[in-house]
Design a protein around this ligand. Structure first.
Ligand code: PMP
Length: 423
């Protein structure tokens, strides 16, 4: 920790600072579904390095692919056939992926989607939703009117304001922000701002705050509104992509956006993301009305990692049913042990990713509900789990990987039981 503080701004993981954990730790390595700290302690990992490790740490097929292609020079976007192969594969898998470009991470791909939407519509603003996270670049990072930033660090809004480094309020210039899951409100807002809106952007499942599924008909309603006004529907599938299935949330829910963003799990954590979309929108890039650049985009090694990840996920038909089954079992088990220990623990989500929150509510439906949850209790829960060798993301988010086993799930439930009892 002392070494880190000398050379790393803010030292080690903000999660550990947040709940003031005595063991601000570093990991030495990860393997499969386990990670190991500098003292040699082993942890069952449900963080999956913030989600990308859908096939676990250091999957042999991914490592082999990277090794093989790293020895064939360092070629980037527009230079090698593997990039075309990956695009062809994503075109097959993702309903809206008629054309695409690759970037390095989710944040960049989000900004590309914004550019495309602006270019095609000639309009400047976006409708976005409270509690949704779309990366950390300038326009989406601004505080006060961007509750997602506040929630991300569980910080109050004045602190979130400071996160932007004193930028002018770009968020207000560029976004209209309303609560999620309220279709009537979306209708009214779009009607009122139709002359300035280029797109609606949403996480198809609000993963970053409460892991909230869309209300019945909500995504379909967004689709209809966007069609009616000729604006883009953008799905930010950075988390849902490859987590709900290889076709993302758009295939899972059967709603096809105009543009969408895939990152995190598509290459097991290697730096590649995709902005994909319907031809009539992505032609803005094809025609060079929108620039898309980036020296290190789509390196042969990261593209190979993506293709290997897809191959692993595709080769076993049972992968996704299993992810859901294991996740649902863990969710049920956590509910049971919490109830037995007398805690109001809300376990909510989709299976492959879900959220735990201490609240009297029996359902969280939008960002505002998440503000009323007991963060101190959650911190104690997460820290307690950590001490018993279970790692969960600090804000209560759990990710399941294809290499978690039934025994892992039962083990986690047993440890949660001990922690909740002690609390
Ligand atoms: N969108 C969503 C929904 C995300 O969860 C994230 C990252 N947590 C991003 C965008 C930004 O992606 P990246 O961190 O790869 O830039």
């Amino acid at each position: 920790l002392a070494r880190a503080k000398r050379v790393l701004a803010s030292g080690v993981s903000s999660e550990f600072r947040k709940y003031n954990h005595p063991h601000a730790i570093s990991y030495t390595h990860g393997k499969g579904n386990r990670i190991y700290d500098v003292d040699g302690n082993e942890y069952l990992d449900f963080t999956l390095s913030q989600g990308p490790l859908i096939v676990g740490h250091s999957h042999p097929a991914v490592l082999n692919a990277i090794t093989e292609y790293s020895t064939q020079g360092q070629l980037f976007a527009g230079q090698h056939l593997k990039e075309i192969e990956l695009a062809e594969k994503l075109h097959q898998l993702i309903p809206s992926a008629e054309l695409m470009r690759f970037c390095l991470d989710g944040s960049e791909a989000v900004q590309t989607a914004f550019r495309v939407a602006r270019s095609k519509t000639g309009k400047q603003k976006f409708l976005r939703f409270e509690g949704h996270y779309h990366g950390w670049l300038d326009n989406v990072a601004w505080g006060i009117s961007t509750p997602s930033v506040a929630a991300l660090g569980n910080r109050d809004e004045p602190t979130a304001h400071a996160w932007s480094g004193g930028l002018a309020d770009r968020s207000r210039e560029e976004f209209i922000i309303i609560p999620w899951n309220d279709l009537n409100l979306v209708r009214q807002t779009v009607a009122q701002h139709q002359h300035e809106l280029a797109a609606i952007i949403t996480e198809p499942v609000m993963c970053n705050n409460g892991c909230i599924a869309p209300q019945e008909g909500f995504l379909k309603g967004l689709r209809e509104i966007c069609d009616e006004y000729g604006i883009a529907l953008i799905f930010d599938e950075v988390i849902t992509g490859f987590r709900l299935g290889l076709g993302g949330a758009q295939r899972y829910f059967g709603i096809t956006p105009d543009l969408s963003i895939f990152a995190k799990a598509i290459a097991s954590g290697y730096p590649i993301s995709a902005i994909v979309g319907k031809r009539e929108w992505m032609e803005e890039i094809e025609s060079a009305r929108v620039i898309h650049a980036g020296t290190m985009n789509a390196s042969n090694a990261t593209v190979a990692a993506a293709l290997a990840t897809i191959t692993v996920l595709e080769q076993d038909q049972e992968t996704y049913p299993r992810l859901f089954r294991l996740g649902n079992r863990l969710m049920d088990g956590l509910r049971d042990v919490a109830q037995a220990a007398g805690h109001q623990l809300l376990v909510q989500g989709m299976g492959p990713m879900f959220n735990t929150a201490f609240t009297h509510l029996d359902r969280i439906v939008d960002y505002r509900d998440t503000l009323a949850t007991d963060k101190a209790k959650l911190n104690a829960f997460i820290a307690g789990l950590h001490d018993l060798g279970i790692r969960v993301i600090g804000r209560g988010l759990w990710y399941i990987s294809a290499v978690h086993t039934e025994d892992d799930i039962e083990h986690a439930i047993a440890k949660a039981k001990d922690v909740l009892k002690a609390m």
